[in-house]
Unconditional design. Structure first.
Length: 253
């Protein structure tokens, strides 16, 4: 019986799949001559490689890297990136001193937004979470600069055409209101860049605060601002379980 060989992928992708660094960082390591396969330096990030090949970085074999899944309560004012060309503080400031392996954000929250952010060294898991068709819903609490009426809530659910394309929420409801502003709960079944802010702006509504409070069944809960915790296996598996694709609305898919 012929033994099936593992498929070949680019070397940078293999390093990323093993959870030791991002694919872009792997490409830099390779170009710098730091990576070898079976003792031979490879300079091409796309060099065909099997997951079982003996890969060394700086002369040392890759250590076994456990998969890590983290929930972080992102504070407002931090950018969701490993490094920032403008020198701004990043979400990795919250992990200082934690002695964790390389982790990448799973999706993003913009600088002015806060709340639940996932990080992991498992790119395949991350791809399932961020898949716009089958990834988990995201729930946000949003403070707006006006008092909403039923027409506004309906417009959020129906959707609007904007200069960024068609935008909508899968659910929207009033949480509480004051004299001049209110808090809404908005649920998205896709994760386009600044989607809530753009949707509300198209309806002439300003955002005062935006907090992501849940991803799928995983709630932010009592996690303190800037705090983090590891997910349980059950939590990580539940997040990666595909949800049913939503039915098209108003003839749109």
């Amino acid at each position: 019986m012929t033994r099936m060989l593992a498929p070949r992928h680019g070397l940078a992708r293999i390093l990323s799949k093993r959870g030791v660094c991002s694919r872009s960082e792997a490409a830099r390591w390779i170009a710098a001559g730091r990576v070898a396969i079976d003792g031979r330096i490879v300079l091409d990030p796309d060099h065909p490689t099997r997951d079982g090949d003996r890969i060394q970085v700086d002369g040392a074999s890759l250590p076994r890297t456990d998969r890590i899944y983290i929930a972080l309560n992102k504070p407002r004012g931090l950018v969701t990136t490993a490094s920032d060309e403008r020198g701004r503080d990043t979400v990795y400031r919250c992990l200082d001193g934690a002695d964790l392996s390389w982790l990448a954000p799973v999706g993003r929250l913009d600088k002015a937004s806060e709340g639940l952010l996932l990080l992991s060294n498992d790119p395949e898991w991350a791809a399932r979470i961020t898949d716009p068709a089958t990834g988990p819903d995201k729930t946000y609490h949003v403070q707006i600069d006006r008092l909403p009426d039923d027409t506004l809530l309906a417009a959020l659910r129906t959707g609007v055409d904007s200069d960024q394309g068609f935008l909508r929420a899968s659910a929207a409801r009033l949480l509480r209101s004051g004299d001049r502003n209110a808090w809404l709960e908005i649920v998205l079944d896709e994760g386009r860049n600044r989607q809530i802010r753009r949707l509300l702006a198209a309806l002439d509504v300003g955002v005062l605060r935006l907090v992501r409070v849940a991803i799928g069944g995983l709630a932010l809960g009592e996690l303190p601002k800037g705090g983090w915790r590891k997910l349980t296996d059950d939590e990580a598996n539940a997040l990666a379980r595909p949800r049913a694709a939503p039915a098209p609305r108003n003839g749109r898919s």
